[in-house]
Ligand binder design. Structure first.
Ligand code: FES
Length: 105
C-alpha cells in the first residue's frame, strides 16, 4: 500500500512498538495500540467495499456506533475495525466471507 494515498497520516506516538499483520493476505504493519481501522487507513484510502454496491468504505463514526467498518478474521470472526486493536500476526479479511447465509433470500 502506498503511504501517499493513505487516508490517515500519523503525526504523534510514532515510537510505539511495531506490529506485523496482514490484510487480505498482504503483509503490512501497524503500531501497538492502533485499531484495525487506523492500521489499515494508515496505508490506504479504504477499509473495505460495501457488500451491496461495492463502493469503497473507510468507516464513518470511528467509535463503534455506525456498523460501517465490519471486517473479518480468518477464523470467521466478524469485528468492528474501529473498536478492535490490531495484534501481532492478525489476519484480516475485508471482503464478506463465503457462507450459506449468502444464498438465503
Ligand atoms: S466506523 Fe462506525 S462502527 Fe466502526
Amino acid at each position: 500500500m502506498d503511504i501517499m494515498t493513505a487516508q490517515f497520516k500519523r503525526h504523534a506516538e510514532t515510537e510505539r512498538q511495531p506490529i506485523q499483520f496482514s490484510v487480505d493476505g498482504v503483509a503490512t504493519s501497524a503500531l501497538e495500540g492502533d485499531t484495525v481501522l487506523t492500521a489499515i487507513l494508515n496505508h490506504g484510502k479504504k477499509l473495505r467495499n460495501l457488500e451491496f454496491s461495492g463502493e469503497p468504505r473507510a468507516g464513518f463514526c470511528l467509535m463503534g456506533a455506525c456498523q460501517d467498518c465490519w471486517v473479518w478474521l480468518v477464523d470467521g470472526q466478524r469485528i468492528r475495525a474501529c473498536t478492535t486493536f490490531v495484534s501481532e500476526e492478525m489476519k484480516v479479511i475485508t471482503g464478506t466471507p463465503e457462507g450459506p447465509w449468502q444464498n438465503q433470500q
